[in-house]
Design a protein around this ligand. Structure first.
Ligand SMILES: Cc1ncc(COP(=O)(O)O)c(C=O)c1O
Length: 399
């Protein structure tokens, strides 16, 4: 029997330990696994028999995470990794080789952008960064050697929404795959495979774990690709193995994913509506607002509108800096998806690897402030922003 999404969050991938009955999955904190005899070891290495060999190649705590995330995303299989970047780099190295071309969204997480734009050229992998919201332009940018369209939706940090169904169609017509980084959403908000994506990536550090105490990543997709990813990208190329303890914490976090994420999103809507009315605020980008230009597309592919907000203050960078220096409850820190609300400045922090020209091309203004709405009471979060905006007005008058 296939259970509903909320039940899967709690149960998928886990079962009572057959020896002790322990209901929580034990932590298999081991590097290696003993074989009963030489033939068994040889069969496992040949792939003729299921079973564990060595934790870089697999571990029961990884298996539990992989089954749960794959199930929640509607994918055939999953691979756990030591970080979001571990999963992303392993997927890219597995799917691409010298001479290939990747078409990527122009606003992406800074390290993903650096990997594709700054490092891939050394290995003969070409890339084009573009506004993926214009499907006709995407179709025109496809080349005979384009093997992948890579996107985030909403994008980090500009909140641009990519039409996942449209991109998947264009990718498949051109013999390429669509890879979607779904970190900003989690499968509670958006399930890209339903729209044709081939691979879905997560920085599981964020909503999937949800408690800000783990660095982890997961990739899910078709079984053949995930097997290849495990044997090449993760085993040989990156070695980005998730520790069993972190896999255990991640599994624990995901049991409440379906309860946490809707609450994050509800509060984000209240915060966005508050900010939009403030005179100090030039613009608020939040897909749930009536003023959000791609609201209709967001509503088509997202079940909730997420809990990430981007704002620009009237005083630009200086005003943004004063705001993030003045909040008391919101923490000035990178990352997202934690229980604590976080605020940061992409141009000088998460996206500081981009030059001024690259920031401009990505549409990331110097004044943009990124907010990750946590699980505190919305009234407290709004009151803190109000005092920070008012403190800034006073500072502005004094300046
Ligand atoms: C959208 C997105 N993808 C990937 C990553 C990288 O994840 P990790 O820090 O777990 O390597 C991040 C990190 O902030 C992110 O925001």
């Amino acid at each position: 029997m296939t259970y509903k999404f909320d039940t899967q969050c709690v149960h998928l991938g886990t079962h009572p330990d057959p020896e002790t009955g322990a209901l929580a999955t034990p932590i298999y904190q081991t590097s290696t696994f003993a074989f009963r005899n030489a033939d068994e070891g040889a069969r496992r290495f040949q792939g003729e028999e299921d079973g564990y060999i060595y934790t870089r190649l697999g571990n029961p705590n990884h298996t539990a995470v992989e089954i749960k995330v794959a199930g929640l995303e509607g994918a055939e299989a999953g691979a756990a990794a030591a970080s979001g970047m571990g999963a992303i780099s392993a997927v890219l190295w597995t799917a691409l080789k010298g001479g290939d071309h990747v078409l990527a969204g122009n606003s992406l997480y800074g390290c993903t952008y650096s990997l594709i734009s700054h490092h891939f050229p050394h290995y003969g992998i070409e890339s084009t960064f573009m506004d993926l919201t214009d499907l006709d332009a995407v179709r025109r940018a496809m080349k005979p050697n384009t093997k992948m369209i890579y996107c985030e939706s909403p994008s980090n940090p500009t909140m641009a929404i990519a039409d996942l169904e449209g991109l998947a169609r264009i990718a498949h017509e051109g013999g390429a795959i669509l890879v979607v980084d779904n970190t900003y959403c989690s499968p509670v908000v958006q399930r890209p495979i339903e729209f044709g994506a081939d691979v879905v990536l997560h920085s599981a550090t964020k909503y999937l774990n949800g408690h800000g105490d783990v660095i982890a990543g997961v990739a899910v997709g078709k079984r053949d690709f995930i097997e290849k990813l495990k044997m090449e990208g993760l085993k040989d190329m990156t070695g980005a193995t998730l520790s069993p303890f972190d896999a255990y914490l991640l599994l624990r976090g995901m049991k409440t994913l379906h309860i946490r994420v809707p609450r994050h999103c509800e509060t984000a809507m209240k915060v966005a509506q508050f900010l939009e009315k403030r005179p100090e605020v030039e613009h608020v980008w939040y897909p749930g607002l009536e003023s959000f230009p791609q609201r209709e597309l967001a509503a088509k592919q997202m079940k909730y509108f997420g809990a990430m907000i981007a704002i620009e203050l009237k005083g630009g960078y200086e005003a943004g800096k004063r705001l993030i220096n003045s909040t008391k409850l919101w923490t000035l820190a990178v990352s997202l998806g934690d229980a604590e609300s976080l605020v940061q400045h992409p141009a000088s922090m998460t996206h500081s690897a981009l030059s001024d020209d690259e920031l401009a091309a990505a549409g990331i203004s110097k004044g943009l402030v990124r907010m990750s709405v946590g699980l505190e009471d919305p009234d407290d979060l709004i009151a803190d922003l109000k005092q920070a905006l008012e403190a800034q007005a006073v500072a502005g008058i004094r300046a």
